[in-house]
Design a protein around this ligand. Structure first.
Ligand SMILES: NC(=O)c1ccc[n+]([C@@H]2O[C@H](COP(=O)([O-])OP(=O)(O)OC[C@H]3O[C@@H](n4cnc5c(N)ncnc54)[C@H](O)[C@@H]3O)[C@@H](O)[C@H]2O)c1
Ligand SMILES: [Zn+2]
Ligand SMILES: [Zn+2]
Length: 338
C-alpha cells in the first residue's frame, strides 16, 4: 500500500509500506478520504510540540471496513466508518472522570502515532463510528473537525441564550459558527481575511468583524448592547487576541474557551477573572462526540460541504499542503481522496 509520510520537517513523500496487521480488538480500514488540518501542516513545518518523526499524519479520516479482529462486535466488512483519532489509557485521572481526550498518555493518530494519510489503517474497535452509506466520503471526512465544534459547544455550555464571539473564521471558527447558529445563539465572528468573513456571513453570522479595519472592543459593545459577550471562542491562536478576549470583552458570568496552542506568555489581571466570575476554559480534540456529529449530518443540521474548498488525490499531498499554506483567501478545508 501507499502512505504519505513526513520523514522530517519539510520533507513529505509517498512511500510503499506493508498493509498493517490487526489485533483481535482491531479492524482494518481501507481509507477513502482524509482532511488536511492546520495541525498536519504544523507537523510538516516542525511546529507541533507533540509530534515525532517519521510520521504518517492525518487525523480526519474515513473509510470502509475490510477486515475485522476476532474479538470485535457489531462490525461488518463493508461498513462505512469515521475513525475517532483519540486513543487513551482508560485508567488515569482524566480518563476516570470522563476526559479521555486529555489522557495522561494521550495518543492521537496522525500526531503521536501514524494516522490516516495511508491506504489502510489498523484501528481499535472503540475508535470506529458507523456512517450512513449515503454520506459522500469527502463530506464524511469533516466529521472529526465538526466533533471539535461539538466539543467546544459542550465545553462552553453553548445555548440559545448566548451572545457569542468567535475569533477566527478558519475551518474551525466556521464550524463553531455553524454549531452556534444550529443551537440558536446570536453570533459575531472576527477575522482579517475578507473572503472567510464573507463565508461566515453566508453561514448565518449575525455580525462579521474585520480586525484590520474595525476595533473589536467597540464592535462588541454595540453587538452585545453594552452587556459584554457571554461566550467567546479564541480560534485564531493569537495571544494578543486572547488577552483582549479575557480583559475587554466578556460579560459578567462569561466564558472564554481557548482553542489555540501558542506557547507565548502574556499578562492577565486577576480582577478581570474574579469580578465577573469569568471562566477560562481549555478544550482539546473531542470526547466521544462523533455520534452526535453524525446525527447532525444525517439530519442536515450543519453544512459540512460549505467548508470543503478542494479535493485532491492523495498522490498530490505535497501540492495540497503547499496550497493550504499559501492561499488562505481561497482555501478552507482540503480533502485528500484515496
Ligand atoms: N483545541 C483543539 O482541539 C483544536 C482543534 C483544532 C484546531 N485548533 C486550533 O484552533 C485554531 C483555528 O484552527 P483553524 O484550522 O481554523 O486555523 P486557521 O489558521 O485556518 O484559522 C485561524 C483564523 O484566524 C485568523 N486570524 C489570525 N490572526 C488573526 C488576527 N490577529 N485577527 C483576526 N483574525 C486572525 C486567520 O485569518 C484565520 O482565518 C488554531 O489555533 C488551531 O490550532 C484547536
Ligand atoms: Zn484537525
Ligand atoms: Zn488516561
Amino acid at each position: 500500500m501507499k502512505a504519505i509520510i513526513i520523514e522530517n520537517p519539510g520533507k513529505i513523500n509517498v512511500v510503499e509500506r506493508d498493509i498493517p496487521e490487526i489485533t483481535d480488538n482491531q479492524v482494518l480500514v481501507k481509507i477513502k478520504a482524509a482532511g488536511i488540518c492546520g495541525s498536519d501542516v504544523h507537523i510538516f513545518h516542525g511546529k507541533n510540540a507533540f509530534a515525532t518523526y517519521p510520521r504518517v499524519v492525518g487525523h480526519e479520516f474515513v473509510g470502509e471496513i475490510v477486515k475485522i479482529g476476532a474479538a470485535t462486535k457489531n462490525i461488518t466488512i463493508g461498513d462505512h466508518v469515521a475513525v475517532d483519532p483519540v486513543v487513551s489509557c482508560g485508567h488515569c485521572y482524566a480518563c476516570r472522570i470522563g476526559h479521555h481526550n486529555v489522557c495522561k498518555e494521550l495518543n492521537v493518530m496522525g500526531v503521536h502515532r501514524d494516522g490516516g494519510f495511508q491506504e489502510y489503517a489498523a484501528v481499535d474497535q472503540e475508535q470506529i463510528n458507523q456512517l450512513p452509506k449515503d454520506i459522500p466520503w469527502e463530506v464524511a471526512a469533516t466529521v472529526e473537525p465538526f466533533a471539535i465544534g461539538a466539543q467546544v459547544a459542550h465545553r462552553g455550555r453553548l445555548s440559545s441564550d448566548d451572545t457569542v464571539l468567535i475569533c477566527g473564521a478558519g475551518p474551525i471558527g466556521l464550524i463553531i459558527l455553524q454549531v452556534a447558529k444550529m443551537k440558536g445563539a446570536k453570533v459575531a465572528i472576527l477575522d482579517i481575511v475578507e473572503s472567510r468573513l464573507e463565508k461566515a456571513k453566508q453561514l448565518g453570522a449575525d455580525k462579521i468583524v474585520n480586525g484590520k479595519t474595525t476595533d473589536i472592543v467597540a464592535a462588541m459593545k454595540e453587538f452585545a448592547n453594552g452587556d459584554g459577550v457571554n461566550l467567546i471562542y479564541e480560534a485564531t491562536g493569537n495571544t494578543k487576541i486572547l488577552q483582549t478576549c479575557i480583559r475587554d470583552l466578556p460579560s459578567p458570568a462569561g466564558r472564554v474557551v481557548v482553542l489555540g496552542f501558542t506557547t507565548e506568555d502574556f499578562a492577565l489581571r486577576q480582577v478581570d477573572i474574579m469580578s465577573r466570575e469569568l471562566e477560562i476554559i481549555g478544550t482539546r480534540l473531542n470526547n466521544h462526540r462523533f455520534p452526535e456529529v453524525i446525527d447532525w449530518f444525517k439530519k442536515g443540521q450543519v453544512q459540512p460541504k460549505e467548508i470543503i474548498t478542494h479535493v485532491f488525490p492523495f498522490q498530490e499531498a505535497e501540492k495540497a499542503f503547499k496550497l493550504n499554506d499559501e492561499d488562505p483567501e481561497n482555501v478552507l478545508k482540503i480533502v485528500l481522496t484515496f
